[in-house]
Ligand binder design. Structure first.
Ligand SMILES: [Zn+2]
Length: 327
């Protein structure tokens, strides 16, 4: 039916290109044989925020394992349907660790610190200091370390294994509720022994440099704490205002861009109080959606910036933002 002119099709185009190559006297076969490079691009991303500058640096991926054992309340069929329709694997939920470094112009603020040397989730974590180096940021220049909560993947990078501070000139900010809970052997459940040890290792030596932020408090210029408890007793998110711009650092308000969003009352296995966590999630996501505030989600796909919107069915949808490669 086609005559090769009105609808040439792929085969005709390929033949046409080969014919042109021969006509021009160039070889039709690649002669170069390049080695596979097996090296990834640097793991940081920078963008302007108001008068300041934000850099996201990664602590590496955190493979949680089987989503069916980590996210609770959906039937296996419903979970598989959610994952499949979003082109996500059924067998391993891999989280990122998107750490924000905010340069306000007169202060360098680090939000959460990754896992440090702890390899509870395998070998891919613990990259923070290396990625900061890639990003040209000296740990000695960090003025403030702000922690959303005291879990291993958020406080684990404060101290080096030799007992020295990774951020020697920083003041530390966390909720008192989390500090008190996760450093206390009588409060932390037995199964969370590594969490207790990590919090004690990283938080106790900094007790005299610790500032306890309060719900609603602007504890650093342009940085307000908003209590979002449930994931941990004192889990908090941070509303950042820089000039006319906002960015909400949502920490562990939601660990998964689909499974804790489409049905946001789905529970997460690491929550201290999963019911309260779900209520905090719905309340904060509703506020962020209504006000169209961009979010930085610590555990979403790299680099974790986007917006959330209500889906009209009681759930939420995450819209990742494209990286802007021109500063
Ligand atoms: Zn986390």
């Amino acid at each position: 039916m086609t005559n090769g002119l009105e609808n040439p099709g792929r085969r005709s185009l390929v033949l046409g290109a080969a014919a042109m190559a021969v006509a021009a006297g160039t070889p039709t076969r690649a002669r170069a044989k390049a080695a596979l490079l097996k090296a990834q691009s640097p793991y940081f991303y920078r963008f302007p925020l108001g008068d300041g500058e934000a850099t996201i640096v990664s602590d590496g991926t955190l493979p949680l394992g089987d989503p069916h054992t980590n996210f609770l309340g959906l039937s296996p069929a419903e979970m598989d349907a959610q994952l499949t329709s979003n082109f996500l694997p059924l067998s391993n939920a891999v989280l990122e660790q998107n750490i924000l470094i905010l340069n306000t112009g007169n202060r360098l603020v680090l939000f959460d610190t990754g896992m440090g040397s702890l390899k509870l989730f395998g070998p891919t974590t613990g990259k923070l200091l290396a990625t900061m180096k890639q990003a040209g940021i000296d740990p000695k220049d960090i003025d403030a370390v702000v922690m959303s909560h005291a879990h291993v993947d958020h406080c684990g990078g404060c101290m080096a294994d030799d007992g020295s501070r990774n951020f020697p000139n920083a003041q530390y900010y966390i909720s008192q509720a989390d500090f008190d809970f996760w450093t206390d052997p009588t409060k932390v459940p037995q199964a969370f022994g590594a969490f207790l040890d990590t919090a004690r290792k990283n938080l106790l030596p900094n007790r005299d440099r610790m500032v306890f932020y309060k719900d609603g408090q602007e504890f650093l210029p342009g940085i307000q704490a908003l209590a979002a408890p449930g994931h941990t007793v004192g889990h908090s998110i941070f509303m950042i205002t820089a000039g006319k711009e906002n960015l909400c650092y949502i920490g562990d308000l939601t660990h998964h861009p689909v499974l804790l969003m489409e049905k946001p009352l789905t529970e997460f296995a690491y929550d201290t109080d999963p019911k309260q966590s779900a209520q905090s999630r719905v309340r904060m996501l509703t506020m962020l959606a209504q006000n169209r505030i961009p979010v930085l989600a610590y555990h979403f796909a790299w680099p974790g910036i986007g917006h959330v919107a209500a889906d009209g069915k009681g759930g939420f949808r995450y819209y990742p933002e494209a990286m802007k490669m021109d500063l």
